[in-house]
Design a protein around this ligand. Structure first.
Ligand code: CTP
Length: 402
């Protein structure tokens, strides 16, 4: 079940460290390649040799233990990981992670990895309830860290309450479901637009915008992975890798995108318009390169067709129509206006002025709105994760129309 997956298992200093050995063994038995990092205090409870024997790999304790001169160990591990799991996660490691400290191998790996992170807290009930610990956990959740909640019961310290690390079987189950790709779009046609349009002035110049298409491409990949038949209509210079198994249609201008979308719209079950389409284009496109002249130049711009609005007007009963709103202020008000005017099922709004959101980044921070207002606000997530959340909502809407 976990064949081909590399899981970095971080073990920190709590009595539940003994359960981490069972977890390591179960993950290896399910086919995962497990790379273990021990915090120095975990060694008071368990030895590296235990994990070395179970994982069949060298176990890392010291940040500066560089066995392979061709790589930097914590960066190499961080890059290889498909998932980083911390079990048990002490109050101390949660605080360090929330703060972004990197004072040992595990915390530097956490800072360097792009993989999802899952933590399995284990501590005394009063420590668990402490406002500082609760706040750190909240910070990590908002950052997209996954939690396998501790259980209630007898604790090694003699107390009874919440704080006992989840059992290895439950953690394995959470890990498997993290990797499970839902196939809930089989038989559905999904039409996605991505990137920026280019509005030509003459054969060498054009007007465009900052959109790179990363969000739309992530949506196309996610929909394809979930079994959909995907058409991706892509603007811009298309430096992004063309997703496998997706019908890919490159376009230049808003008019090209309009034609490409309209000729396929009726077949689509779900349409997601993440492209940043020009609202204006030059009134005249010159056949020959414009030559500079004395004085200023004024270029007259005329409106392009609003593709999304047209789609909203002709929307079929079973179709789900999703728009995007890139805003720099009054996000909610502007997004809600677009939901109504363009007859959308919902809109994905982001403040492109925010760090970690918007153009060119690998992450996004979005909120979803429908006719009734805010549906959900997501924390900063990778664009792929954002895509899956958008698709989850689109599927609910699609099923609701049956
Ligand atoms: N859109 C479109 N056709 C256009 C312009 C935009 O389909 N000619 C779509 C985008 O793909 C996006 C949504 O409309 O899904 C954005 O809404 P819009 O009101 O056009 O946003 P802005 O272009 O940012 O407009 P405004 O100046 O009103 O903020």
């Amino acid at each position: 079940m976990l064949q081909g997956k590399t899981i970095v298992l971080g073990v920190t200093g709590g009595i539940a460290a003994y359960k981490a050995a069972a977890l390591c063994s179960a993950l290896v038995q399910k086919g995962a390649e497990v790379r273990v990092i021990l915090s120095s205090s975990s060694r008071q409870f368990i030895q590296p040799l235990t994990f070395q024997a179970l994982s069949r790999h060298h176990v890392i304790v010291d940040t500066f233990e560089e066995k392979d001169p061709s790589v930097i160990a914590h960066i190499d591990l961080a890059d290889r990981a498909d998932l980083v799991v911390i079990a048990p996660a002490t109050a101390n490691v949660l605080a360090k992670a929330a703060l972004g400290l990197g004072d040992d191998m595990l915390t530097t790996t956490l800072l360097a990895t792009q993989a999802p992170v899952m933590v399995c807290p284990a501590m005394n009930v009063h420590m668990y309830q402490h406002p500082a610990v609760q706040k750190n956990m909240q910070t990590l959740k908002e950052r997209g860290v996954l939690f396998v909640e501790p259980g209630e019961g007898f604790l090694a310290c003699g107390y009874t309450g919440k704080g006992r690390m989840a059992e290895p079987e439950a953690i394995v189950e959470a890990i498997i479901s993290q990797f499970e790709v839902k196939k809930d779009l089989v038989g559905k046609r999904v039409l996605i637009t991505a990137g920026a349009t280019r509005e030509a002035v003459d054969p060498v110049r054009f007007f465009t915008n900052r959109s790179t298409g990363k969000m739309g491409y992530a949506l196309a990949e996610a929909a394809q992975a979930r079994g959909a038949q995907v058409t991706l209509i892509s603007g811009g210079s298309n430096p992004l890798a063309r997703p496998d198994g997706v019908e890919w249609i490159p376009i230049e201008s808003a008019e090209d995108m309009y034609q490409a979308v309209m000729s396929r719209a009726d077949e689509a079950d779900i349409i997601i318009k993440s492209a940043a389409v020009a609202d204006y284009r030059p009134a005249v496109i010159y056949d020959q390169k414009m030559k500079k002249k004395e004085g200023n130049l004024t270029i007259e711009l005329v409106r392009t067709k609003d593709i999304l609005r047209q789609l909203g007007e002709q929307k079929l009963a079973h179709q789900v129509l999703v728009g995007f709103a890139a805003e720099t202020e009054n996000v909610e008000e502007n997004a809600m206006k677009k939901v109504h005017v363009k007859n959308l099922d919902f809109i994905v709004a982001n403040n492109v002025a925010q760090v970690g959101a918007g153009f060119g980044t690998d992450t996004n921070i979005v909120s979803l709105y429908d006719r009734n207002g805010l549906l959900l606000s997501l924390p900063q997530l990778s664009k792929r994760e954002v895509s899956d959340r958008i698709l989850d909502e689109a599927i609910v809407r699609f099923e609701g129309k049956k």
